[in-house]
Design a protein around this ligand. Structure first.
Ligand SMILES: C[S@@+](CC[C@H](N)C(=O)[O-])C[C@H]1O[C@@H](n2cnc3c(N)ncnc32)[C@H](O)[C@@H]1O
Length: 275
């Protein structure tokens, strides 16, 4: 899918303001907690698919005075990441436009390569992991964290609302993405030649009134936007009627006192073999 804010292919989420507001809530503590214990001052770290950079600057802070590099294919995201770093005084963070399947870095450059919510969007998983391995120093650490949409849920679901996850997964698959790749990270890392893989899983939860209101607005403003609706119908993954039914169910969910939502992720760290 391409959206009116970008001509970039293969990126289902697009770059609308509602999606950006959502991504800007990502921090190193909320979305890379599995990696934090492995970071220390002085490391050289690469963030693959850095997006608007809120997670990246947390990495930069954890490894200062080391150097953090962020790469994203979308120039508008690189600009945003640069402004987030500048506003926070993270002068050890550098952001570049680039494709994660062909990194413009020499071999054996980084102590850590991190990717959050990027493998789900890139058709060629093998190519991304091969590039990550190439630019890592021998013994260097790779960290990935990715969605498992099929294990994400909103409750109560009124017997329909969880179909939204399946619709979103089908949209991503139609863009050659991998909506459930979070559960296969260990296998992919082993296939790519990494060793000592440690795989875990976690949820990002929405439970307070503020959380529920926030998450409902993200779904309403992004998933039910004219742009995503027209992609869903054009790809044949949902009819307008099905989307209308889901939207009604979402309204019931957001005002239900028992409303609870959880987005599932798989996360793994592993190492590039020495020599
Ligand atoms: C869901 S966002 C994740 C952003 C950030 N990692 C985070 O979690 O906050 C995915 C990002 O990957 C970027 N992206 C997708 N395919 C890419 C590719 N082949 N090379 C570089 N960036 C890519 C998109 O432009 C988008 O900014």
């Amino acid at each position: 899918m391409t959206d009116e804010t970008s001509g970039t292919p293969y990126y289902t989420f697009g770059f609308s303001e509602s999606m950006l507001q959502h991504l800007r809530r990502h921090t190193v503590h909320s979305h890379a907690a599995h990696l934090l214990p492995h970071l220390k001052p002085g490391l050289r770290v690469l963030d693959l698919g850095c997006g608007p950079g809120t997670l990246s600057v947390g990495l930069a802070e954890a490894i200062a005075p080391g150097a953090l590099y962020g790469v994203d294919m979308e120039p508008s995201q690189v600009d945003l990441a640069r402004s987030v770093a500048e506003a926070g005084g993270h002068d050890n963070a550098t952001f570049r436009v680039g494709d994660v399947t062909g990194l413009a870095f020499d071999d054996d450059r980084f102590d850590v390569v991190h990717g959050h919510a990027i493998l789900a969007h890139v058709p060629d998983t093998e190519a991304v992991l091969a590039e990550a391995k190439r630019v890592l120093k021998p013994g260097g650490l790779i960290s990935v964290r990715e969605w498992i949409l099929e294990n994400s849920f909103l409750a109560p679901d009124f017997e329909v609302i969880n179909d939204a996850w399946l619709t979103l997964a089908e949209l991503m698959t139609a863009d050659d993405g991998h909506p459930n790749i979070g559960r296969d990270l260990k296998r992919h890392l082993l296939d790519a030649g990494f060793t000592d893989v440690r795989a875990t899983a976690s949820f990002t939860c929405y439970t307070t009134e503020a959380d529920i209101g926030y998450f409902s607005r993200v779904i309403e403003n992004w998933f039910f936007s004219a742009d995503v609706r027209s992609s869903a119908t054009a790809y044949g993954v949902a009819t307008q009627q099905q989307l209308d039914n889901l939207e009604q169910a979402l309204k019931r969910w957001m005002s239900h006192p028992g409303a609870f939502g959880a987005v599932a992720y798989g996360e793994s760290i592993a190492y590039k073999p020495q020599g």
